[in-house]
Ligand binder design. Structure first.
Ligand code: DLL
Length: 436
């Protein structure tokens, strides 16, 4: 694979600043952000007042823990525009999450916010190994989802040439990769697998493409998946993280030269990790729920926002800003099966380690006779598609999951091409259990 390490002189000074410099900038900005939220958003005023805390009580960064946590429910309660801290006519862009579980979450940006969003995404794309003049195929969906248009802003800021293909139309994705010869692709990991399938079905060698890097995010994925795609395409694959409420893609990104977790762009987003049950802040290194506070956002400041994403914070390496390890999963995706906690990404790792299985899967939960059951729907490769091979693969995977993860599951391995393919975020979990 090509060496894509960015040159030091291309980085922004803040990326290499000392911790002291970063923290003093954070303090100044945090103080502004708390005041801005308190003065302009009824919800923050009410929450702070109820907790008997005022932005002026912030005398060190650590004082942030005295402020109340916020959640997606706050967005729902204030749907659509009640979380905005500026008059609606200063909001020049709106995005929204899909709202699979009810009301969509609406987010807004001022002109200044869009500029900052472009900067943090540009920084992310540069950390991924792209530079001005490179060609980027952007296969994140354009529209209300922040993926497509967010990456576009950053690509423009970095002066890349963008192919704004959006998600879907997989044969066209393959055609554009072959004809336009992009250097990089931004895509969800599950959709990258669909594109890989299309290469194979079209008898094209994915290792022969011009692609040097894939920038994957918007859903949890494992290091085993990274390896699989890096080998298949002979390109680097790095992780990009973000969420609409906090800005969209570009909150954190892996550096291509180290691939050791995602550096959080801490000059704009302040991270904490809490125990999701006790809500207490956990020390660096411990696994818990990521909580983010925006430091510079005008239209939609977020204070101590519970992302629902489980990860750990680590000190910086390639950059001085802190890293978060790959997201293990979301709080809501954690399966508790007869007392054992499990995330879909752990099953993904097991599937990828088993020769003969394709990387596609779905998990079905049911509760016959009041007992939770997990059925894993996997898929064989073309070479192992006979009934006999598939039965053996299923047994072997169930045994492996039992010994590695400590749970009994049933596994159905179906012939190639049977599991529904993703064109964006994959749906991994189908829960048939009755709602309590
Ligand atoms: O998914 C923003 C995004 C677009 C990020 C493109 C990266 C690339 P939402 O639709 O609001 O925003 O979904 C946010 O997706 O809370 C995580 O649960 C999950 N997520 C995003 N990036 C990652 C990642 C976009 N790299 C939710 N790893 C977040 C794991 C991720 N999960």
């Amino acid at each position: 694979m090509k060496d894509l390490s960015p040159r030091k002189e291309d980085l922004e000074p803040i990326e290499l600043a000392s911790r002291d410099e970063i923290e003093s900038l954070q303090f100044k900005r945090l103080s502004w952000s708390l005041n801005h939220a308190y003065s302009n958003v009824a919800l923050y005023r009410a929450l702070f007042d109820a907790a008997d805390i005022h932005p002026d009580d912030l005398s060190t960064l650590a004082d942030l823990t005295k402020f109340p946590l916020t959640t997606k429910q706050n967005f729902r309660d204030n749907y659509p525009f009640g979380m905005f801290a500026v008059p609606r006519d200063r909001v020049i862009r709106i995005h929204a999450s899909s709202g699979t579980t009810g009301q969509p979450t609406v987010v807004g940006y001022t002109e200044g916010d869009l500029k900052i969003w472009g900067e943090v995404v540009a920084r992310s794309l540069r950390a991924s190994g792209l530079r001005a003049g490179d060609l980027l195929q952007n296969a994140y969906g354009y529209g209300l989802f922040t993926g497509g248009l967010g990456v576009q802003l950053g690509a423009d800021a970095l002066k890349l040439t963008t192919i704004p293909v959006s998600g879907g139309m997989t044969s066209r994705q393959v055609r554009l990769i072959n004809d336009f010869e992009p250097n990089g692709i931004t895509v969800t990991p599950s959709y990258a697998l669909s594109i890989l399938d299309e290469f194979v079905e079209s008898n094209l060698d994915p290792r022969q493409t011009s692609l040097n890097v894939g920038i994957f995010g918007a859903e949890p994925w494992s290091n085993a998946m990274r390896q699989k795609i890096e080998n298949a395409f002979d390109m680097h694959v790095v992780d990009i993280y973000g969420l609409s409420e906090v800005i969209g893609p570009g909150v954190a990104n892996e550096c291509v030269e180290t691939k050791d977790g995602l550096h959080i762009w801490e000059d704009h987003f302040l991270p904490e990790i809490i125990d999701p049950i006790t809500e207490q802040v956990l020390p660096e290194g411990q696994l818990g729920e990521l909580v983010l506070t925006s430091l510079t956002k005008e239209a939609l400041p977020v204070i101590r926002y519970r992302t629902g994403d489980l990860t750990r914070l680590l000190p910086g390496t390639a950059r001085s800003m802190k890293r978060m390890v790959k997201v293990v999963g979301r709080n809501d995706d954690m399966i508790i099966l007869r007392g054992v906690n499990l995330f879909p990404s752990q099953l993904e790792e097991q599937i990828l380690a088993q020769k003969g299985l394709a990387p596609h899967f779905q998990i079905e939960l049911s509760r016959p006779k009041n007992m939770d059951q997990l059925r894993l729907l996997a898929e064989s490769t073309q070479e192992c598609a006979s009934d006999d091979d598939r039965a053996k693969l299923g047994n072997s995977l169930a045994t492996k999951v039992k010994s590695e993860l400590g749970i009994s599951i049933s596994v159905d391995v179906s012939p190639p091409g049977t599991i529904k393919r993703s064109q964006g975020k994959a749906v991994r979990l189908i829960d048939h259990r009755p709602r309590d």
